[in-house]
Design a protein around this ligand. Structure first.
Ligand SMILES: [Fe+2]
Ligand SMILES: [Fe+2]
Length: 305
């Protein structure tokens, strides 16, 4: 009997490999995972400075204690997670990782930036004078200002002049983009295409290190900014370990099928099996894959029963 079961299973998997692509299982972005040392303090910062609202809290105890808190600002969900006490030192010592920063959409940029600043958020060292205009992103440029989050993460407010915002829209509007610093667009673009992302905009930023080519890719309205760095910035990128922004989670229809399709499409899984966590109504099934520069991407299925 086991023999017959295995062969039937192989046939099914074989069918999945030929008829279904991983990109078809992906339904957009779920959340951005941020490791923290004091979950309550971090949550307060996001609530008070940026207007996030609590969605769900959960604690699990296997193999060790892990506290999680999901917060939402419009369509942007962040997962703050505080691991077991003996791991907190490592979290506190993390620097900026491959996932460089995340950005919230600010259609009325100036009032949004002023309001966050007045609430006592500190500017991040990457924009010491406040607002910056990146003129070579798309045809019309992008305006941004970077604040320092409660664990040193870079939180940008962003107005994209290439987009048409609904008139009269005020206040922060959730996701703008997530920026990943990469070593090679030639490697990263095919990788993100396998996850269903498509190029929507490009540009560059001239820095002391040379020109950083930038490509924006999109999947279900979620935008990734891939920044190809050069010179000393590339050497520095290669030194980066796990960062203050830990992972991005994409929603998938079926995590187990996605797990097999990742293998079939040559993507590197960091987990050997699909795991489960008791969060949201019926729990989640998930596993993590690793991008070309070590960025962690969680593929997450919310169970419906
Ligand atoms: Fe997560
Ligand atoms: Fe950005």
């Amino acid at each position: 009997m086991p023999r017959a079961d295995y062969s039937a299973r192989r046939v099914l998997l074989g069918e999945a490999e030929t008829h279904m692509k991983l990109s078809e299982l992906i339904q957009g972005v779920g959340h951005l995972g941020i490791p923290v040392c004091h979950i309550g303090e971090a949550a307060l910062w996001y609530e008070q400075k940026l207007g996030f609202e609590k969605m769900q809290e959960a604690s699990v105890f296997y193999p060790e204690r892990l506290d999680m808190l999901f917060l939402r600002q419009k369509n942007l969900v962040i997962e703050l997670f505080q691991p077991a006490p003996h791991l907190l030192k490592g979290i506190a010592e993390r620097g900026t990782g491959v996932i460089d920063h995340f950005a919230l959409d600010a259609p009325d940029f100036q009032p949004c930036a002023e309001s966050v600043y007045k609430k006592g958020a500190n500017l991040h060292v990457s924009t010491p004078k406040g607002c910056v205009f990146y003129e070579h992103l798309g045809k019309k440029g992008v305006r941004g200002i970077n604040f320092e989050g409660p664990n040193g993460e870079v939180v940008e407010l962003c107005h994209d002049y290439n987009r048409e915002y609904d008139s009269g829209l005020t206040g922060l509007q959730g996701w703008s983009h997530l920026a990943v610093k990469i070593s090679s667009l030639k490697r990263s673009l095919p990788f993100y295409e396998k996850l269903g992302f498509q190029k929507v905009m490009e540009g560059y930023l001239d820095t002391e290190e040379g020109r950083f080519q930038i490509v924006f890719v999109e999947n279900h309205g979620f935008v990734l900014e891939l920044i190809q760095v050069t010179g000393a910035a590339l050497a520095e990128l290669k030194q980066r370990g796990e960062g203050r922004l830990d992972h991005i989670a994409l929603d998938v229809k079926d995590a187990r099928q996605a797990f097999y399709l990742c293998r079939a499409e040559g993507l590197q899984a960091a987990d050997t099996t699909v795991k489960e966590l008791p969060v949201f109504s019926h729990g989640v099934r998930y596993f993590t894959i690793v991008g070309p520069d070590g960025e962690k991407i969680e593929l997450n299925e919310q169970k419906t029963w």
